[in-house]
Design a protein around this ligand. Sequence first.
Ligand SMILES: Cc1cc2nc3c(=O)[nH]c(=O)nc-3n(C[C@H](O)[C@H](O)[C@H](O)COP(=O)(O)OP(=O)(O)OC[C@H]3O[C@@H](n4cnc5c(N)ncnc54)[C@H](O)[C@@H]3O)c2cc1C
Length: 439
Amino acid sequence: MAAEHFDAIVVGAGPAGASAALVLASSGLSVALLDRGEFPGAKNMFGGVLYRHAIEALVGEAWKENGFPVERVVTEQRYWLLGPESMVTVGHRHEAFGREPNAWTAFRARFDPWFAAKAEQAGALGVYQTTVVDLLRDPKTGRVTGVLTDRDEGELYADVVVIADGVNSLLREKLGLPRWRPDQVSLAVKEVLALPRETIESRFNLEGNEGVTIEFLGDTSQGMVGLGFLYTNKESLSLGIGVMIDDLARHRIAPYELLESVKRHPMIRRLIAGAESVEYSAHMIPEGAYDALPPALAGDGWVLCGDAAGLVNFLHREGTNLAMLSGQMAGRVIAEAHRRGDLSARSLMAYDRELRASAIGRDLRRIRRMPSMLHRWGGRRLFGDLVGGINRAAYRYFLADGTPKRQAEAEALREIVRAAGGWRPLMRLAWDGFRGVRG
Ligand SMILES: Cc1cc2nc3c(=O)[nH]c(=O)nc-3n(C[C@H](O)[C@H](O)[C@H](O)COP(=O)(O)OP(=O)(O)OC[C@H]3O[C@@H](n4cnc5c(N)ncnc54)[C@H](O)[C@@H]3O)c2cc1C
């Protein structure tokens, strides 16, 4: 590859990078979109739920095209608190989600190529099977001037480099930005389990292309801070669990063993019965919220988007949409800076300010206390003891054994208080939980 110069180079053709490339190319700039995968999405995995609002913000109603590569429309979301052999559930289902999709289940190996193709159709040059190994800098000023790839003569130059290489971002490290602490990232393992369409539809009470998402916590994370998921695809289920890396290291449990034990849980076992495992994968998720964002999201010749910046709202299971919208914002700021002829760090910092002031920044700030709260209380107390207590309370409440109802209710409440370690800790936990989600 001869040394070429672009207005912008985007590293990573995931949702963040493809969005940035799409906006930049649509603004008439010359853009190279690089990815190490054989094709965009080849190496990517997620749970995974995609959100219409972000896709629409980038490609309008292209999701109505034939061949939009998604699995099912999410019409129902369930949340499960799991005891060893029980669950307490809450959920929401609405016919409106079937008429006007809010979210879809999908596979990244199918969605990412479709999405990156939109950037290519707008004029971005897709360069795949190409790994970026370093940033190039002006020796005098230190400004980022391009990237070094693993190709022969692999230097590529640009006015701005958009860093969208995901949670394991090598380029973030090359910039000298802080690495994730083990309490700021989780490791998630996922299995795709094939099942006939009719079996899925009857087991999950679905018609046509309707889909269900289930998020579960409790007994399944074996005393660690973690969340599991089970999503319906057309002819398969996506089952997975993510736990914080520091917890995983302390508990010395192999991720695949954790997933195997999830599969044996009585509430899950029956939903996946007869399914054949067709794919297994693992990936990290940045879960540090606002306080784990780097001090600056832009600098001299670079901007940082998506997971590489830590933009995941773990409480709401949202990452792809934050990635897309951050890529869009970065693309707009760069295009505008280009138009003004001012690509200085100061000018690119408009992206940092805009992102922090946006719904993304506001939501991540709102849950900023949540990660430390979860660690302070710990997985054993919250996900083991407390969720176990809630399950025992529900059992006591629903058990019709002749006990007067007032007494049964008092016993149920006692189960929860005991599980929390007494009234005082329960009140403190309620207050901490409230502050955790209210900012
Ligand atoms: C188990 C799991 C479940 C999840 N569930 C959901 C969900 O249901 N809904 C949701 O919205 N989000 C979910 N997320 C989060 C979501 O997947 C991410 O937030 C999102 O993919 C981030 O997009 P991105 O473009 O920033 O990074 P990525 O999607 O990671 O893309 C980065 C790209 O950069 C490329 N790359 C990396 N390094 C290099 C390099 N050196 N040179 C060239 N290319 C490189 C990679 O190949 C990749 O294509 C989940 C994540 C996991 C792990």
